[in-house]
Design a protein around this ligand. Structure first.
Ligand SMILES: *Cc1c(COP(=O)(O)O)cnc(C)c1O
Length: 428
């Protein structure tokens, strides 16, 4: 691409890709191969020793995956990225790179239910400990930090409540204590919010959601912001100390502003193994080409639906940051002026039973545990995604018993509203 400073939509179509040098294929090919032939023995040795970048084995790196990585890094404004098998795998590799047994990190309580489980239960097996804070109160993060704290973690747009978070204020807290801010940008996507511009250091995504966008492929990605000093505090030995398996290389010293992405790949992905398949990388890459068009349409449809629901007699409340009387409206305007995204929650006057009955009466909406599909989706979090949490945890995560979550698709808004209208008519 020769354009100087290409815009977001141009990057979404072109970043990282070029016609295949051997065949001229214009779309990025699916390099469906496990391994790559070395030019000679010295080339092989240089690749294994990290003296030269190149393809060895698809668990570590693959050309289809590489285009996806370069594209997402460009869209987020980062220096490098690593694509993996799922959003949860991305989070796993991030913490594997920065945590030692006995360490802790501070995370917003307002997170995707699966992340609450991963952090609160699975990570305990590694002796990594999460401390919960309130995403609407930056000082609640500060009071949880101690000498064993290694990072701060938030979602830019919190799932499932659809609330925007003051990224810059929480980045200030993290940086005052010499810690990186990790932001899960899945719900907003870089079309709506670019957390690196507000002080975040690392971005994680579930590619499964809006970036892939079509509900057909699992994937995850980590973007390295390139700004964090991994050597300063001595708290991140995987990045700052000599690596025995690579002839004593110090990753941060050697690779500078892409050191974190390198560590994720050559220590995390290599040894833990959650590689993305080339086919899924291709599907997600294709999805990303229309990200700007889809995200705008998702947001435009969602505000229309939220306004309509708000006027409905059976609806108790609507929680959508795009509504100008929403308590979160100012943060939405500041961080995401193009729109408030696709996902939001509302409550029915009839509570738990009415919510269940609505979900069952919808016809075009699909009742399933996903967001960020072209299709409109609905779920009752308390009985599904957030079922494993206590009622108190459910309420503080924005997933109390009466809450219905919508992920508004890109269909005609009149048809989305018509489906809700007929289903609401049948709710007692
Ligand atoms: C889905 C999701 C994840 C987990 O991603 P998977 O691809 O399902 O592993 C993490 N964070 C958020 C905000 C999500 O919506």
């Amino acid at each position: 691409m020769t354009t100087q400073n290409p815009g977001f939509s141009t990057l979404a179509v072109h970043a990282g890709a070029q016609p295949d040098p051997t065949t001229g294929a214009r779309a990025t090919p699916i390099y469906q191969t496990t391994s790559f032939v070395f030019e000679n023995a010295d080339h092989a040795a240089a690749l294994f020793g990290l003296q030269q970048f190149g393809n060895i084995y698809t668990r570590i790196m693959n050309p289809t995956q590489a285009v996806l990585e370069e594209r997402v890094a460009a869209l987020e404004g980062g220096t490098a990225a690593l694509a993996v098998a799922s959003g949860h795998a991305a989070q796993m590799l991030v913490f594997h790179t920065i945590m030692r047994p006995g360490d802790n990190f501070v995370a917003a309580r307002q997170l995707y239910g699966g992340s609450v489980n991963q952090f609160g239960h699975a990570f305990k097996n590694f002796d990594w400990h999460v401390r919960w804070a309130d995403s609407s109160d930056p000082s609640s993060f500060e009071s949880q930090i101690d000498s064993r704290t290694k990072a701060v973690f938030i979602e830019s747009l919190a799932n499932p409540g659809g609330t925007f978070v003051d990224i810059a204020a929480i980045a200030d807290v993290a940086h005052r204590h010499g810690l990186p801010l990790i932001v899960d940008n899945t719900m907003a996507s870089p079309y709506l919010v670019r957390p690196l511009e507000h002080g975040a250091d690392i971005i994680v995504h579930s590619l499964t959601k809006f970036l892939g966008g079509h509900g057909n492929s699992m994937g995850g990605v980590v973007v390295d912001g390139g700004t964090f000093d991994w050597s300063k505090s001595g708290k991140y030995p995987m990045l700052s100390e000599p690596r025995p398996e690579y002839a004593g290389i110090e990753l941060h010293k050697t690779f500078g502003n892409i050191a974190f992405a390198i560590a994720l790949r050559v220590l995390g992905l290599r040894d833990l193994g959650p590689a993305i398949s080339p086919f899924n990388a291709f599907m997600i890459l294709t999805g990303i080409e229309t990200l700007p068009l889809r995200m705008q349409r998702h947001s435009d449809n969602a505000i229309a639906v939220a306004k309509w629901l708000k006027g409905h007699a059976k609806v108790a409340w609507v929680n959508y940051a795009g509504l100008n009387d929403d308590p979160n409206y100012d943060l939405q305007q500041r961080y995401s002026p193009k729109g408030a995204g696709s996902v939001f929650t509302f409550g029915l006057k009839g509570g738990y039973e009415a919510g269940k009955s609505l979900v069952e009466g919808l016809q075009m909406f699909s009742h399933l545990a996903n967001i960020g599909d072209t299709r409109s989706l609905v779920i009752h979090p308390a009985s599904t995604t957030h079922r494993q949490l206590s009622e108190e945890q459910q309420v503080s995560a924005g997933a109390g018993p009466d809450v219905v979550r919508l992920s508004i698709g890109i269909e005609d808004p009149a048809d989305i509203i018509a489906d809700l209208d007929q289903a609401l008519a049948n709710v007692a």
